[in-house]
Design a protein around this ligand. Structure first.
Ligand code: FAD
Ligand code: PYC
Length: 415
């Protein structure tokens, strides 16, 4: 594939952009692959890319029932940070954040990583103590975060109201190298680079059944026919329970909708990401000027991918005390994605009870930021047949051994 560069841009500008190639190939499925990955969200695509790039495993297919990036990857609010509490989470989220720093260069695709800073507000004494604990844990893990005072918060976000009558801002946890990236571009960049390395990405190809014999998995049935495989990795977020059922096992995961919305575009007013977890709202401003806003998950399990008026009202009501300007903005769009929640709010990366089937799921409300680290760790597991250091703690066995990795505070979204 031709490299994207300033010279390519200039060349195409001179010939009316007639020479651009398709960003990724659209092949028909082969009868057999060494590895089949189900789900072309960020995690599935990154897994395929690092399998090919880091481990030389290239006879790989990624099967996607819709269009790539059309699941949670293309529906999220793009917040990237690594301020997690427990050592295994700190390791994988910080690995991901570091990979994001140079991802555009690595993939030769502009993912628009913008380390504009992420601020988690403390609006109760309890939350202040929780963030201080996280800050100390971050320092021990070598992750750069700092506790900031209300006065410093006013400097970072002049538009904020610190003195709300119900929830005054008492301080915050600031990660200066956290930020955002363009979600579609992350999916497209991984897809293009993986395709270039020989990975087959097959869209409009739903997996409808999983075949196994006494020794383990043998292949999948799809809307484009049967495909045999040596290893199968399920990376389908909110559909994880459905795919596990096809394979004959259960996962400790609940699926529910997480919603978000954007306002009409306005001039630049907020140049970092702010999360207000006590009141359940977070906000950043997109390059187009829209306020990108989200709140908590729906209070009941469901598979809808839609927004609801109740959620718009609830989230804005929560945020208006701290951001009074929101009361004067019209909201443009709302939507939902199906998030895959585990009991300890940490992901599952590991072997399943069926030999040859692996799972990478449970990223819940917070997996966009993890995509590069998750792909890296999952590829290592598939190539070796067993998880390495990054994925090791996240196996399914932790639920039977009672070895939870509690990230309910760091998940930072009401659930
Ligand atoms: P997905 O992107 O959902 O990909 C899974 C794919 O599997 C889908 O494309 C689906 O079509 C496919 N699939 C399902 N069933 C089948 C089948 N039978 N056959 C073939 N393909 C199938 N995370 C953050 O870090 N920061 C945020 O700011 C953030 N905000 C969020 C806001 C919202 C509103 C939502 C919904 C999520 C948010 N998240 C955030 C979470 C993040 O989006 C997800 O954790 C992450 O995108 C999951 O990626 P994935 O690749 O695992 O899943
Ligand atoms: O994990 O940072 C996060 C997040 C923000 C909004 C949804 N998830």
């Amino acid at each position: 594939m031709r490299r994207y560069s300033v010279f390519a841009l200039a060349r195409e500008a001179l010939r009316h952009h007639a020479g651009w190639e398709r960003a990724w190939r659209s092949p028909e499925p082969k009868p057999r692959y060494d590895v089949v990955i189900v789900g072309a969200g960020g995690h599935g695509l990154a897994t395929a890319y690092y399998l090919a790039k880091n481990h030389g495993v290239r006879n790989v297919a990624v099967l996607e029932k819709g269009w790539l990036g059309g699941g949670n990857t293309g529906r999220n609010t793009t917040i990237i940070r690594s301020n997690y509490l427990q050592p295994p989470s700190a390791a994988i989220f910080e690995k991901a954040r570091q990979l994001y720093e140079t991802l555009s260069q690595d993939l030769n695709f502009n993912v628009m990583f913008s380390p504009r800073g992420v601020l988690m507000l403390a609006q109760t004494e309890h939350e202040l103590r929780a963030w201080k604990r996280t800050w100390h844990a971050n320092r021990l893990a070598g992750i750069e975060t700092e506790m900031v005072s209300p006065a410093r918060i006013r400097e970072i976000v002049p538009a904020i109201n610190l003195d709300g009558p119900r929830y005054p801002v008492l301080g915050g946890l600031w990660q200066a190298r956290g930020g955002t990236a363009r979600h579609d571009a992350v999916a497209w960049g991984y897809a293009r680079a993986a395709s270039d390395l020989g990975v087959d990405i097959i869209e409009n190809c739903a997996v409808t059944g999983i075949d196994r014999d006494a020794a383990g998995v043998t292949g999948v049935r799809t809307t484009k026919g049967a495909i045999a495989c040596g290893k199968l990795c399920l990376v389908v977020a909110g559909s994880s329970g459905v795919l596990a059922e096809m394979a004959g096992f259960r996962l400790p995961i609940e699926s529910l909708a997480l919603q978000a919305l954007v306002s009409e575009p306005v001039k630049p007013a907020i140049d970092c990401v702010i999360m207000a977890n006590t009141v359940h709202g977070y906000i950043s401003q997109s390059d187009k000027g829209e306020m990108v806003i989200g709140g908590g998950t729906d209070g009941f399990n469901n598979y809808t991918q839609r927004g609801s008026f109740q959620h718009v009202e609830e989230t804005l009501r929560a945020l208006i005390e701290t951001f009074p300007m929101l009361s004067r903005l019209r909201m443009l769009r709302q939507w939902g994605g199906i998030v895959d929640m585990t009991g300890d709010r940490s992901p599952i990366i590991g072997a399943s009870p069926v030999p040859g089937i692996f799972v990478n799921c449970g990223w819940g409300t917070g997996g966009f930021k993890a995509i590069p680290g998750s792909g890296w760790a999952c590829a290592e597991m598939l190539a070796r047949g067993a998880p390495g250091d990054l994925a090791g703690p996240f196996g399914l066995d932790r639920f039977t051994e009672g070895r939870m990795i509690d990230e309910s505070v760091a998940a930072a979204v009401a659930h």
